[in-house]
Design a protein around this ligand. Sequence first.
Ligand code: TXA
Ligand code: MG
Length: 316
Amino acid sequence: MTTLDHKDINDAARIIREGGLVAMPTETVYGLAADATNDKAVARIFEAKGRPQFNPLITHVASPDMAKRYVEVSPLAERLMKEFWPGPLTLVLPRKEGSDVSLLVSAGLDTIAVRMPGHDLAQALIQAVDCPLAAPSANRSGTISPTRPDHVKESLGERVDMILDGGPCPVGVESTIVKVAGDTLTLLRPGGIPRDAIERATGKPISSAHGKIEAPGMMTSHYAPDARIRLNAHEQREGEAFLGFGEVEGAGLAALNLSKSGDIAEAAANLFAHLRAADRMAATHGLTTIAVAPIPKEGLGEAINDRLARAAAPRE
Ligand code: TXA
Ligand code: MG
């Protein structure tokens, strides 16, 4: 883990207060953070990412109490916060009347997505500025999410005022997004907290947002590397880079393994960095495709398979 460098936190806090953008490490991926109550700063996030304005952002808070300043927290939502915060669970809740989170953050919806990140640098930064931070993943829209500081630099370059270096992100896939409406839970995006853990904690089934694009950012093609992706590959063919899992390994050039021991959490932590590396190797060796071994669908595997399916989706 990282040691807290107070000078860095102070610099980052000053940049946020002045309306600037800071890439902050979270346990999932790096976020591109700005003061969620400052319209201009939030507009800069959309501009830096090249993100369509209809796609709302997640608001990061330091505690459940801080969330309650901005959203209505039902007993069911409170229970989820107690169980899973800090951690990779985002809750979509009704916007509170008088909430001063920028309307740009919620892209005109009457809900706000809130999350309390489980990373000491993110926590320290939110506490230092004492305001909620809007933060999407710190990459250009539609590209692979960043799990290391150099990924942010590659993708955003000078568009970000400062990168807080927290090393690699331990979880590696984005937060699970759940909409809480009355007594029902809807899964808008699978992520770092497995669906069954939430079902177990609440005793409630979670429905999926079938068909409807309930999280407006969940367009089909996303996380797109330059090379094409071939899923559920059992062998590496001519002209392919390979991402293995467990005993399913590539035998040729440009073969990596997401987890040799078949550990799903390790595979999640490696996913985006390995996709980037495979894409780079494919470009170097003139390979057109990245083939990926089958990944089990249970637990964190649901999020991994979701991201891979989006990476493989036809592009516009
Ligand atoms: O792990 C994460 O969640 C990372 C780190 C930085 O916290 N953040 C992240 O943000 O993945 P982003 O912007 O890449 O994804 C946010 C997703 C989008 O699909 C967006 O459409 C959805 O959350 N979202 C945000 N507000 C929403 C709302 N009010 N209703 C439904 N979906 C919402
Ligand atoms: Mg993203």
